[in-house]
Design a binder for this molecule. Structure first.
Ligand code: SF4
Length: 202
């Protein structure tokens, strides 16, 4: 009997993930960062003012592990902490100018190896692949297994059928149709859709 499809998908994701992670780690270590520190810089850049606990959840590590990584980033003058003016006991994180420049570069490292094969696949196939991966993430979000990924699928501005032709969706914030290859993850303008829409499996 053939190996179940979910096992083969997991195998495929793990193989690509290992290669992508290896490439990212090479670039990360060359900059004197640990892989966790590099991921932390990227998330802090995207989510200004994020707290240590929320960052640990996002990166799927313990609070203690993340605290050690943040302390190291502080020592390297890449990250600073500040007390939330609206909630005095909460400590938020932000990047220094040097940290922001490094985070901008770090954002590109994971995708470097994928650039050529994705370009060869063409727009339709790329869009289908991206949409399928985002659906998978959405399923894990529903289970509470991963942090909210701020994707179009869960955004109040997203209209899945508001576009036409090759761009069948619509972003009501940008006021323009979007295709599958345009779907965003970690969008800075994301706002959660209503509970009714989030619970709609369609
Ligand atoms: S605001 Fe961002 S996440 Fe929301 S629909 Fe538009 S592009 Fe997608």
């Amino acid at each position: 009997m053939s190996t179940p499809v979910h096992t083969r998908i997991a195998d495929a994701l793990a193989r690509v993930g290992s290669l992508v992670r290896y490439q990212e780690n090479q670039r990360t270590l060359a900059e004197g960062l640990s892989p966790l520190q590099a991921r932390a810089l990227i998330v802090i850049r995207r989510r200004k003012g994020i707290r240590v606990g929320a960052l640990a959840k996002e990166l799927l590590v313990t609070y203690g592990t993340l605290s050690a990584a943040v302390s190291s980033l502080e020592e390297k003058a890449l990250v600073t902490k500040y007390v939330d003016p609206e909630e005095h006991r909460a400590v938020n994180l932000e990047l220094t100018r040097k940290g922001a420049a490094l985070a901008r570069r770090a954002e590109g490292w994971a995708g470097e190896l994928l650039a050529a094969p994705v370009a060869d696949m063409g727009q339709d196939e790329t869009g289908t692949l991206l949409a399928s991966l985002l659906e998978l993430i959405r399923a894990f979000e529903r289970q509470g297994a991963i942090a909210e990924a701020r994707m179009c699928f869960t955004c109040r501005y997203f209209d899945p059928e508001g576009g036409r032709g090759a761009r069948p969706h619509y972003c009501n914030l940008l006021e323009e149709p979007i295709g599958n290859a345009d779907l965003q993850i970690d969008c800075p303008d994301h706002e959660p859709a209503s509970a009714a829409r989030l619970n709609d499996p369609g």
